[in-house]
Design a protein. Structure first.
Length: 570
């Protein structure tokens, strides 16, 4: 299975269409840098931490698919997402073991059928029939399962990557997604009331020389809750919101994929009002609100009001899960007071003693400290610049949901609503001013915006006749166009081809997109010319002169050609 960029989608990405994945280049680069250190035995296990719906799963699934596509014989990726269902230890050990080995064989054989549906033990033995070491390992696991020896079955399963990497002398990158569920999903026996605490199996395992571990957790304060000796073994990476250009790219990308018309003003407003949060942005385009008009800020605000109202809106349901799970667990009344108090302060920080004094809380200082830490771990509050200070999230959408959910008739609701409306009005004025002043789109945002514009106009190419003074001597004038993307490739045996994407922005002239392909070694065969046609370039430019035969082949393919003597960009 391939994505639009020839990425092997070996693990089906939870985000849906692979084309919906945007941004996160810094994070992917960080993971690749970590991988480079891992290959030299210099990296620690990594903990990727963020609240729910921040894109942790999408990121590690994409990372797995990148590694699978690279097909580096020294790096074998395996991926396991902890399921959100009750498991007996024996069955969970079986699933865990079979999944890891299935991914190992899928990588080695380049066959992906066992990635989504792990092979059973008999199939694994068949895959390992010519490998005595792995075959013996599978038979040991089978023996533990048949004897219902749960403890040894789990020990054998969770150490599988360490043994396998040593046996085959390869670096195995083990990705454990939703790691926090490992302490809530598995039970020793049927009817047991308390789940087993299995995260310690990995925390206390001595780091392997060959097997590297990446885990994700929605508990953003996870490392502070394990023994200091253990937390020192992990590199924590906190997944935050998009950068502005990434958020804008996401807005235009969703608009194109979901076929929703937007304006530049509404796009910029969505990216900022949604706090550059990937899930918030997705919810706007996937909202069931009707009629939905995303071309105006007014229309978007109506959608946002719907989405932050419980139980109709997805955004409201997301945060309500947190409120239900965490605020009720911590202490319903006092927790709500603390969250409301800090939320009203914006980014201003308060110490535990200040919070206790201002709210006159009747509890021991240590008890309050523990509850504050729980709220931070849940992603409902944030730590300040110092470890002993706390603050609100400075998230208007969170504030909307919180007040609508917990204060439908409270005296603070009217004041909070006015504050949020004023904040949104100010954002609307700011965005309108920036758009009027020609907002500087750049990087991925500029590219996705151009793709959206062309797709919305139902165009895949700019009509070339509009740019040519006769097919015998084309002259492309690009005065109204702006460069939005650039890449170096080597397709079809052609040495060093560079292509650039230009977007037309001239006022009142409509939307256009031009792809310029530049080569320094001219294609000399019909096959290579056909390859250019398959790549759907609209303009072919050569620094060398173009033979008449070559020109005819390009023109027949609908590709405008030009050389250095008769082509320039203003």
């Amino acid at each position: 299975m391939k994505g639009s960029t020839d990425l092997n989608i070996a693990v089906r990405e939870e985000i849906g269409s692979p084309d919906l994945f945007v941004g996160r280049q810094r994070e992917l680069d960080h993971l690749l840098d970590w991988l480079g250190l891992a290959k030299k035995n210099l990296s620690k296990p990594m903990a990727l931490l963020a609240r729910r719906r921040m894109g942790k799963t999408a990121l590690v699934q994409r990372f797995f698919n990148v590694l699978y596509t690279r097909n580096d014989s020294e790096i074998v990726p395996v991926y396991f997402r902890i399921p959100e269902k009750r498991y007996h230890l024996r069955d969970f050990s079986d699933l865990f073991y079979r999944t890891l080995l299935s991914h190992y064989f899928a990588f080695q054989t380049r066959q992906t059928e066992f990635i989504e549906n792990p092979a059973d033990l008999s199939q694994l033995k068949e895959l390992a029939r010519e490998d005595a070491a792995i075959l013996g390992d599978i038979r040991i696991m089978q023996g533990y399962l048949e004897q219902a020896d749960q403890k040894n079955a789990w020990d054998h399963a969770h150490r599988a990557c360490h043994r396998l990497s040593a046996l085959k002398d390869v670096r195995i990158v083990q990705i454990l997604d939703a790691f926090q569920l490992l302490d809530s999903s598995v039970y020793e026996k049927e009817g047991a009331e308390k789940p087993l605490q299995l995260t310690s199996s990995h925390l206390f395992t001595r780091p392997s020389k060959h097997a590297s571990l990446i885990l994700t957790s929605c508990d953003v304060d996870w490392l502070s809750q394990i023994p200091e000796k253990m937390s020192a073994r992990f590199d924590a990476y906190y997944l935050g919101h998009f950068q502005e250009n990434e958020a804008l790219a996401a807005v235009y990308n969703y608009a194109r994929c979901y076929e929703h018309e937007i304006s530049d003003e509404s796009a910029l407003w969505i990216s900022r009002a949604c706090n550059k949060d990937p899930y918030y942005i997705a919810c706007i385009f996937e909202s069931r609100f009707s009629p939905k008009d995303l071309t105006t800020v007014k229309g978007v605000r109506e959608v946002l009001d719907f989405e932050t109202s419980y139980p109709k809106g997805r955004l409201a349901r997301l945060w309500f899960e947190y409120f239900k799970d965490e605020i009720h667990r911590v202490n319903d009344r006092d927790a709500k007071r603390v969250v409301l108090y800090l939320t009203q302060l914006g980014l201003r920080e308060r110490t535990r003693h200040q919070i206790q004094g201002d709210l006159d809380l009747k509890m021991h200082a240590q008890e309050l400290e523990e509850r504050l830490q729980q709220l931070v771990a849940a992603g409902i509050l944030a730590r300040g610049k110092a470890n002993w200070t706390f603050r609100g999230l400075d998230d208007a959408i969170f504030e909307m949901v919180f007040h609508k959910t917990f204060e439908p008739e409270g005296e603070n609701l009217a004041a909070a609503t006015r504050k949020i409306e004023e904040r949104m009005d100010a954002l609307t004025a700011q965005v309108a001013a920036e758009i009027a002043d020609d907002y500087p789109y750049k990087d991925e945002a500029a590219e996705k915006r151009a793709r959206y514009k062309v797709a919305w106009d139902k165009q895949s190419r700019l009509p070339l006749k509009d740019l040519s003074h006769g097919i015998g001597r084309p002259l492309a004038v690009f005065g109204a166009y702006v460069l939005v993307a650039k890449k170096i490739i080597s397709p079809g045996g052609v040495e060093t081809m560079e292509y650039k994407v230009y977007e037309k922005r001239a006022s009142g002239s409509g939307m256009g997109l031009i792809v310029e392909a530049t080569v320094r070694t001219l294609p000399s065969t019909t096959d290579q010319c056909d390859h250019l046609s398959e790549e759907t370039y609209t303009l072919f430019f050569s620094e060398q002169s173009i033979e008449k035969t070559m020109q005819r082949l390009l023109w027949e393919s609908g590709i405008l050609s030009a050389n250095g003597a008769d082509y320039r960009i203003y």
